[in-house]
Design a protein around this ligand. Structure first.
Ligand code: URA
Length: 210
């Protein structure tokens, strides 16, 4: 049922000409994950070059790093997470999508969440967060990350947490206490323990970070 509803949205998305990004795309980057088992929707910013080439979100370096962190926390990308972006087409030069581009694509994001009905939404970085919450100038990602909040999507309230975007972690390698990478580990552990408490995580995992 979820798969067939998502298929209808995907087809609409693939023929969308709702903003200027449509003319640059090689592929619409609709989503990745198993809609039948995913209890978490993870929202990124926008497809990059590799995502545009193969039509799947989070497959470049940032995506590979995100995969490592998810696996380390005992969250399976294939089973537990449905990954999407605020816009489904790549902005030129990987720039941040404009408000107009995000608004044109918002209906697809809302439809995807409505169909999946996740137990939690992970907002990956500032662009994803700002698609749902107005930030005042003092509210930086460092201040809001790691805290459970409620976001309203089409009138339905969802539990949500903001985490660092993996591209930021690619530029910050430290694993010191309090470093962005350590905070990312803590945030994903909190999400795993709250949303997937019964999932057993093996002890012999090894975090191999890029
Ligand atoms: N790849 C994506 O699909 N989204 C991002 O936000 C970054 C890389």
């Amino acid at each position: 049922m979820k798969k067939s509803c998502l298929e209808i949205v995907r087809q609409k998305c693939e023929s969308c000409q709702g903003c200027a990004l449509a003319k640059y795309r090689n592929n619409v980057v609709f989503a990745d994950g198993n809609p039948s088992t995913a209890r978490i929707v993870l929202i990124g910013e926008a497809p990059g070059e590799m995502e545009d080439e193969c039509g799947r979100p989070f497959v470049g370096r940032a995506g590979q790093l995100l995969d490592e962190f998810l696996a380390d926390a005992g969250i399976s990308r294939e089973e537990d997470v449905y990954m999407i972006n605020t816009v489904k087409c790549r902005p030129p030069e990987n720039r941040v999508p404009t408000d107009e581009e995000k608004s044109a694509c918002h209906k697809f994001l809302v439809a995807q969440i409505d169909i999946i009905k996740p137990d939690a939404i992970i907002l990956c970085g500032a662009t994803a967060l700002k698609s749902f919450v107005e930030l005042d100038k003092k509210q930086t990602i460092s201040k809001v990350r790691g805290k459970w909040m409620t976001v309203s999507v089409d009138g339905v309230e969802y539990k949500a947490m903001t985490i660092f975007h993996p591209s930021y972690l690619l530029r910050n390698h430290s694993m010191e206490e309090g470093s962005p990478r350590r905070l990312m580990q803590q945030d994903l552990a909190e999400i795993k323990n709250t949303i997937l408490p019964d999932k057993v995580v093996s002890d012999d995992r090894e975090l191999v970070l890029l």
